[in-house]
Write a protein that binds this ligand. Structure first.
Ligand SMILES: [Zn+2]
Length: 50
């Protein structure tokens, strides 16, 4: 079983967006960038503004 976290950083063009956990799934949470980066508090996915 592969339990390793996927460290892929997702690139986002919008200032505000939401994460719903993708395959893992969690409640939809809206995220706003701080200094061009943000990490989802639910699934730990990192996003970077492009
Ligand atoms: Zn998430």
């Amino acid at each position: 079983m592969n339990t390793d976290k996927d460290n892929k950083i997702i690139e986002i063009r919008e200032e505000t967006f939401f994460c719903d956990g993708g395959d893992l799934g969690h409640p939809r949470v809206y995220l706003t960038f701080e200094n061009g980066r943000v990490q989802c508090p639910y699934c730990g996915q990192e996003f970077v503004k492009v």
